[in-house]
Design a protein around this ligand. Structure first.
Ligand SMILES: *[C@@H]1O[C@H](CO)[C@@H](O)[C@H](O)[C@H]1NC(C)=O
Ligand SMILES: *[C@@H]1O[C@H](CO)[C@@H](O)[C@H](O)[C@H]1NC(C)=O
Ligand SMILES: *[C@@H]1O[C@H](CO)[C@@H](O)[C@H](O)[C@H]1NC(C)=O
Ligand SMILES: *[C@@H]1O[C@H](CO)[C@@H](O)[C@H](O)[C@H]1NC(C)=O
Ligand SMILES: *[C@@H]1O[C@H](CO)[C@@H](O)[C@H](O)[C@H]1NC(C)=O
Ligand SMILES: *[C@@H]1O[C@H](CO)[C@@H](O)[C@H](O)[C@H]1NC(C)=O
Ligand SMILES: *[C@@H]1O[C@H](CO)[C@@H](O)[C@H](O)[C@H]1NC(C)=O
Ligand SMILES: *[C@@H]1O[C@H](CO)[C@@H](O)[C@H](O)[C@H]1NC(C)=O
Ligand SMILES: *[C@@H]1O[C@H](CO)[C@@H](O)[C@H](O)[C@H]1NC(C)=O
Length: 496
């Protein structure tokens, strides 16, 4: 049996996906002008926030702040040149952080944080002891910072299909700082605190804000570098161009992507766009116990996958090997189509199957149903010749279920029913009910196992490197499939 190339296996999966499931009670309304929407719930936003705060702490730890130098007047001593160098942020401890989406943007606040710094100090001054004498000393100091608060508000907008992240507010405030010097002179301590306390505070605030802006800049570059297409196999791609601005709600953010398979003719894409107009408000259902992420995939996505496969000429295959090889010998057809056997006694046969139109996939609360219309040309191998003898129109429907297994969408399907009609014949007319049994055996032993092998291999869900899906499940509603999942780090120490 030589079916279509292996690479299409992944795509096939998309054609046969669904799951029996109860509609859940809780829903997020979506604006939905794309065909795939991803909603990050409150729980998901907290996960993202924790990750970002952890990254910020990582990038701030061991941050070196600029040196500070200042000349001050000290009573009884006079002008002293003070310097603080090697100012290092040794440790940051964030006790609480929040994330709040709103119309003005997404605000992340880390408050009640504490930090510790270490630094080297030195001073020099001149005094007169009969002749001018230079006095200098150096040592180290430790700074304890309490009540550190960072407030970051960002907007995420769609610019020509890219997500662009802009910082609208970035504030860092230090409530209280305490300097501990190892020096012995008491004037030094007071002089140092008066001269440097505010400078250390503002240097620290500015450095933290700069670092956080650098971080959001990187995040912005990452967002803009997101691919606009995800290749599936080597014959088609998902169009993951963002459509519209993200929809920011009180406790969730929704991203819409085009979601259709490309290439596909513009005329056909037009049909989907009409489809969209009467389901312009769809919903992402993920149940009471909210998952972090809900990704809803509209029926049109499956239709587009189906069309792309058709356009690529992949719904075409030659069946020349079957489990019961005697079925592909005219001898087996002796009693059901006697004229075939009479004309080509004991000849091998093959079935040349093609789909004149793309399978139609329907998603409902019960799962998916795919309606497949095929044309099967029966060909006889007579010596070196391959002789087409008859063409049978074979329509069949399969239904089934999908589930998530190891970051893959896997499924299983069963044959519902099928119908036959004779399209043309070179061996005279014969009754379809006579060959029904043989066709049923072929569907059950050749076609369905083939479909199920590919469904079992699964369709890999694109997940960011280092992350894995957790508690994932598939829910189907009227014309929409929803993937509900949490995400977790495979190994958080490997994330950079
Ligand atoms: C004090 O520290 C500053 C900054 O590192 C340095 O430029 C200066 O030479 C130091 N002065 C003395 C006397 O060590
Ligand atoms: C620091 O002070 C010590 C004496 O206390 C001195 O030996 C050393 O040279 C000084 N270092 C700097 C960089 O000024
Ligand atoms: C947002 O940032 C992008 C670049 O990342 C810039 O082109 C755009 O002008 C910014 N928009 C606003 C409103 O600042
Ligand atoms: C969002 O929050 C505002 C004010 O906090 C409230 O009036 C509104 O009802 C909330 N909307 C939803 C959908 O929860
Ligand atoms: C991908 O989707 C976007 C937005 O719907 C559309 O503008 C673009 O033409 C699509 N790309 C292809 C190759 O169809
Ligand atoms: C499914 O939705 C379509 C439009 O979105 C509607 O016409 C149809 O009646 C719905 N079917 C069911 C069973 O709810
Ligand atoms: C194979 O098919 C032939 C003809 O239909 C039948 O007689 C035979 O029992 C089948 N063999 C098996 C193992 O099913
Ligand atoms: C299968 O049928 C098509 C026409 O539908 C024909 O072009 C092709 O040559 C046939 N293939 C074989 C191997 O007979
Ligand atoms: C995570 O990765 C680090 C380094 O790659 C390794 O040392 C550690 O054992 C891993 N932890 C787990 C739980 O796999």
């Amino acid at each position: 049996m030589s079916f279509f190339p292996r690479s299409t296996g992944a795509l096939l999966i998309l054609l046969f996906i669904s799951l029996f499931s109860n509609p859940a009670t809780c829903q997020l309304q979506s604006a939905n002008t794309g065909f795939i929407s991803a909603v990050i719930s409150e729980k998901g936003l907290v996960f993202v926030k924790d990750f970002l705060v952890e990254q910020a702490i990582r990038s701030l730890t061991s941050l070196r702040l600029p040196d500070i130098e200042k000349s001050v007047k000290i009573p009884l001593i006079g002008g002293v040149h003070l310097a603080a160098s090697n100012i290092m942020l040794d440790n940051i401890d964030v006790s609480s952080s929040t994330i709040r989406p709103s119309d003005t943007g997404i605000q992340i606040v880390a408050s009640g944080a504490s930090a510790s710094l270490s630094l080297k100090w030195n001073y020099t001054y001149s005094t007169w002891f009969l002749i001018p004498v230079e006095v200098s000393d150096n040592g180290s100091a430790f700074v304890q910072v309490e009540g550190l608060e960072v407030r970051l508000t960002t907007r995420v907008d769609n610019q020509n299909g890219n997500l662009v992240l802009n910082v609208t507010q970035c504030v860092c405030h230090v409530e209280d700082i305490k300097i501990i010097l190892d020096g012995t002179a008491t004037w030094l301590y007071q002089g140092f605190v008066i001269a440097f306390e505010n400078r250390i505070r503002s240097t620290m605030e500015n450095s933290i804000m700069k670092k956080i802006r650098d971080g959001t800049g990187k995040l912005d570059s990452l967002l803009q570098a997101l691919p606009k297409q995800i290749d599936v196999g080597d014959i088609a791609a998902f169009n993951v161009t963002f459509v519209d601005d993200p929809v920011v709600k009180n406790s969730s953010i929704e991203f819409d992507v085009d979601g259709l398979f490309v290439p596909s003719p513009k005329a056909l894409v037009g049909n989907y766009l009409q489809k969209q107009s009467h389901s312009s408000i769809s919903s992402v259902y993920c149940g009471d116990s909210f998952n972090m992420l809900g990704i809803s995939v509209e029926e049109a996505v499956f239709d587009s996958a189906s069309l792309v496969l058709l356009e690529q000429g992949l719904f075409h295959w030659i069946v020349d090997k079957v489990p019961n090889q005697s079925l592909l010998n005219t001898a087996s057809w002796k009693f059901i189509i006697p004229q075939l056997f009479r004309k080509y006694p004991n000849d091998e046969m093959l079935l040349n199957i093609s789909l004149p139109s793309a399978p139609v996939i329907k998603i409902s609360q019960k799962g998916f149903v795919a309606m497949i219309f095929s044309e099967m040309i029966v060909e006889v191998l007579d010596g070196d010749d391959t002789i087409p003898v008859a063409c049978i129109s074979l329509g069949f429907t399969v239904s089934g279920a999908a589930e998530i297994s190891f970051n893959k969408l896997v499924g299983r399907a069963g044959l519902n029913d099928f119908s036959l009609s004779l399209k043309w014949s070179k061996i005279g007319n014969f009754k379809m009910f006579l060959i029904q049994g043989v066709i049923r055996v072929l569907l059950n032993t050749v076609v369905m196992p083939y479909i199920n092998i590919h469904l079992h291999k699964g369709f890999p869900i694109p997940v960011l490197h280092g992350l894995t899906l957790q508690n994932a499940r598939i829910i189907t509603t009227n014309s929409t499939m929803v993937l509900c999942s949490d995400v977790a780090f495979i190994n958080s120490s490997n994330i950079t």
